[in-house]
Design a protein around this ligand. Structure first.
Ligand code: GDP
Ligand code: IMO
Ligand code: MG
Length: 429
């Protein structure tokens, strides 16, 4: 499928463990769309965009904000932290980016409070050596309240008395569950009250709005957050986030009917990174891993933590393409591989001598001590910088061969290839 086949409704999804470069493509494609919609996750996401060397990191606001003709939705599947959202809005305003009349936040979005962050940290402490390595943004406890049918939704803030009472009940219940949980409710409610007036105009029934716009023929880009391998169902559970980051979550979290989605772009980094704990079959704990981290600037956009680095894993990529029904791939950060003499690609998983057919649920099957072994294909690298390459044919032959090999293994076209973090550093193949 060529970019011209993207159609009216496109979804963008991370195919690995996050930070593949979703934000950059959303920003580049945004002018083609009328609406950019976030449907999952919260402030755990960090989507980076560079405009003339100026860095913007989006956590809760869709990454289309800088393209002034697009409108944005924070869909019902997201969880939001009100003060951080207000801060993000304020930061953009300082850069001359106004969101008035452009941003719509679902009244069904769940509110992550500061006590959720405390519980997040508390739970991590209680896990001792089995920490997930969360972003500490209260995501797990926020989504838990939603699933447990005790969460506070943003729409409730329109009626302050009811919001306040629900907030207090929620906190009281959690304090029964976590007896050590201390929290200054007055201070937090005070902060909410302070942001309330400014937030109210953004609150809307976004699923209905989206349908109205879709019926009117408007173009919609659904911006995935987190990634397939962090999906609560399909990822490396329990080392995952607390929502469905893959296509199902995007559908539920926006209200978009599945058959209306025309194209699904999988974002695939040319190597693999992961923040936080959990299995990582192609991880490199050596100087090559360090090379990727330094050259790729692999430090968390949300927490600043160093990202773990490793080779590209096509078992993961194929699994993500299968689950999401990916139609196009954006291979990102190919430029980072420049200078490595040999490039390794994971092509299969062996467990006690038997080939695993797909990504296993049982994480014990991924530990070398238990008999796990990844299978690799090696390809020669290249030394030329790719920063100024604009056409696929201008890439060094070995870089072209690396891309072609991935297309052959994964069975999908690498429609977009990233060769730098700037807007213009994207090859369309
Ligand atoms: P996201 O969470 O998927 O949006 O990704 P992040 O923003 O967390 O991390 C991706 C990082 O890689 C950001 O700093 C981007 O600016 C950067 N990036 C994206 N595409 C490319 C690329 O093709 N080459 C290089 N060198 N950097 C890229
Ligand atoms: P973007 O959208 C990378 C990871 C955390 C942790 C696990 C659970 O920028 O790609 P959580 O705070 O969600 O409970 O943490 O999930 N994680 C991400 N890692 N990029 C992300 O988002 C992530 N969102 C969550 O590091 O391992
Ligand atoms: Mg990120």
């Amino acid at each position: 499928m060529a970019p011209s086949d993207l159609g009216n409704v496109t979804a963008i999804i991370g195919t690995q463990w996050g930070d593949e470069g979703k934000g950059k493509l959303v920003d580049i494609l945004a002018p083609r769309y009328d609406w950019i919609v976030r449907a999952t996750g919260g402030a755990n996401a960090g989507h980076t965009i560079y405009v003339n060397e100026k860095k913007f990191v989006f956590h809760q606001i869709p990454s289309g904000a800088l393209q002034m003709n697009t409108k944005m939705i924070i869909g019902n599947g997201c969880v939001i932290n009100i003060p951080s959202l207000a801060e993000e809005i304020e930061l953009l305003k300082k850069e001359g980016v106004t969101l008035d009349g452009r941003l719509f936040i679902s009244d069904r979005v769940h509110v992550v409070c500061d006590y959720h962050k405390k519980i997040d940290i508390l739970q991590e402490e209680m896990k001792g050596g089995k920490k997930i390595g969360t972003t500490g943004r209260g995501i797990g406890p926020g989504y838990s309240d939603k699933i447990n049918r005790m969460g506070v939704r943003l729409g409730e803030i329109l009626n302050w008395e009811s919001f306040e009472s629900h907030y207090r009940n929620n906190l009281a219940l959690l304090q029964k569950i976590y007896p050590g949980l201390e929290h200054d409710a007055e201070a937090e409610l005070g902060a909410f009250k302070q942001h309330r007036e400014a937030l109210m105009p953004y609150i809307a029934d976004t699923a209905y709005l989206l349908h109205t716009e879709m019926v009117a023929g408007k173009k919609i880009l659904l911006e995935g957050a987190n990634a397939t391998m962090l999906d609560i169902d399909h990822g490396t559970y329990p080392f995952v986030t607390s929502s469905n980051a893959s296509i199902g979550g995007i559908i539920t979290g926006s209200g978009m009917p599945p058959r209306k989605i025309d194209s699904i772009i999988g974002i695939l980094k040319a190597y693999t990174t992961r923040v936080g704990a959990g299995p990582f079959p192609s991880e490199l704990n050596d100087e090559t891993g360090e090379y990727l981290r330094t050259k790729g600037g692999e430090f968390g956009s949300t927490t600043g933590r160093p990202r773990r680095c490793g080779w590209l894993d096509t078992v993961v990529a194929k699994y993500a393409c299968m689950l999401n029904g990916i139609t196009h791939i954006n291979l990102t950060k190919l430029d980072v591989l420049t200078g490595l003499p040999t490039l390794r690609i994971v092509t299969g998983y062996k467990f006690n001598g038997t080939t695993l057919e797909s990504f296993p649920a049982d994480l014990n099957k991924l530990t070398p001590e238990n008999g796990f072994e990844p299978e690799y294909t090696d390809l020669p690298g290249w030394t030329e910088a790719l920063d100024n390459v604009t056409e696929f044919e201008q890439l060094p032959v070995n870089a072209q061969n690396y891309v072609k090999k991935l297309e052959e293994i994964i069975g999908l076209p690498m429609t977009y290839i990233g060769v730098g973090y700037n807007r213009n550093q994207l090859i369309t193949k």
